[in-house]
Design a protein around this ligand. Structure first.
Ligand SMILES: Cc1cc2nc3c(=O)[nH]c(=O)nc-3n(C[C@H](O)[C@H](O)[C@H](O)COP(=O)(O)OP(=O)(O)OC[C@H]3O[C@@H](n4cnc5c(N)ncnc54)[C@H](O)[C@@H]3O)c2cc1C
Length: 308
């Protein structure tokens, strides 16, 4: 992004009383669960909804490339970083509202917090997602899923800001939620709020299922190491982790990145891993699975920024 464009954007935001943080050349590693990633030309962390909407309108009207960052738990940011503006939702959009079996969650709300608040109220439907880190907005964009349930099961509609700068509502059908994908991944809309409908159940029973889901996760995933969840999507009728393990790829390394010894579809940052280490390791794993089974593994991770 040209320095002049950057400066003009910054000045416009300050003149419009933007509330929040504006940082230049901000390393993104600290905002990702992988703890990997080079700098964003401009990093914006709006403190309220007005400032988030203002920032996005200014960015879009100037044609500046933008990446929306939720919890950063499903991204691999390149070592070179992102040329443009990265906008974080996690400070601006944090409200939850409950009415009967319906709930509205701002997109910056952490998904585990939302699921727990639902469970306390006996609202059932997403309890298996309690251990999925990240934000509600990221979970909607990715149609996060676990333990046989997914966001699409309970989502009714979303309030979005369109690239034209308008706030509008899209139904769940309009989002075309698929396996770890939705139209939101095309970058024309940013989720501000998501509206859900649940089934009424027994809070104790729902909390029991929440605990069960978390324990299962602790037993099977490298939760104490830096990672970004499953690296590859499961191919139809199979599990990426099973195929990777059968190839003997568990534990293989590239620099500071390692295929987890606990769950073969996770790559962990042992400390000091670069995005290129992870990229090389992903390619090695894809080659091994292709050579052994003739199956092409598709990344679930979102690759962000400039790559060689
Ligand atoms: C230990 C671990 C376990 C995991 N387990 C699971 C699992 O069981 N199931 C599963 O599905 N995932 C899992 N994940 C992956 C990840 O947590 C989910 O995909 C999560 O929903 C991503 O949310 P986020 O806020 O971190 O999104 P980010 O990683 O910040 O972003 C992901 C994508 O969503 C977009 N996005 C984010 N917010 C918005 C918004 N407001 N509007 C529009 N687009 C937006 C981003 O631009 C990006 O393209 C796991 C990750 C980790 C680290």
């Amino acid at each position: 992004m040209g320095a002049q464009n950057l400066q003009a954007l910054r000045e416009a935001l300050v003149a419009s009383n933007f509330a929040g943080r504006i940082a230049e050349n901000e390393p993104l590693a600290r905002y990702t669960s992988f703890r990997i990633g080079g700098p964003a030309d401009l990093f914006l962390e709006p403190a309220d909804k007005r400032s988030l909407v203002l920032a996005l309108r200014e960015i879009w009207s100037r044609g500046i490339p933008v990446f929306i960052l939720g919890g950063g738990t499903n991204v691999l940011v390149s070592d070179a970083g992102f040329r443009g503006a990265v906008v974080s939702t996690r400070r601006a959009l944090r409200l939850l509202c409950f009415k009967g079996v319906c709930a509205a969650a701002d997109s910056g709300v952490k998904l585990p917090r939302f699921v727990l608040e639902c469970a306390k109220r006996g609202l059932s439907g997403l309890e298996a997602l309690c251990g999925v880190p990240g934000t509600v907005g990221g979970a909607v964009a990715m149609n996060a899923g676990a333990g046989g349930c997914q966001i699409a099961d309970c989502l009714v509609s979303v309030e979005v800001l369109s690239k034209q700068g308008e706030v509008c509502t899209l139904s769940a059908e309009q989002l075309r939620l698929g396996y770890r994908t939705s139209v939101l991944m095309e970058g024309h809309f940013v989720v501000l709020k998501a509206n859900f409908r649940f089934c009424q159940g027994d809070p104790d029973e729902i909390m029991r299922r929440v605990r069960e889901a978390i324990e299962k996760r602790r037993a099977s995933q490298p939760v104490n190491q830096w990672n970004a969840g499953c690296v590859f999507k499961n191919p139809p009728g199979d599990y990426a982790g099973r195929l990777i393990e059968l190839c003997g790829a568990k534990g293989i390394r590239e620099g500071g990145a390692q295929v987890s010894t606990k769950h073969a579809n996770f790559i962990v940052n042992l400390g000091g891993a670069t995005a290129n280490d992870v990229r090389r390791l992903m390619k090695r794993v894809q080659d091994m699975v292709r050579d052994n089974f003739g199956i092409e593994l598709e990344p679930e991770l979102i690759l962000v920024g400039e790559w060689e």
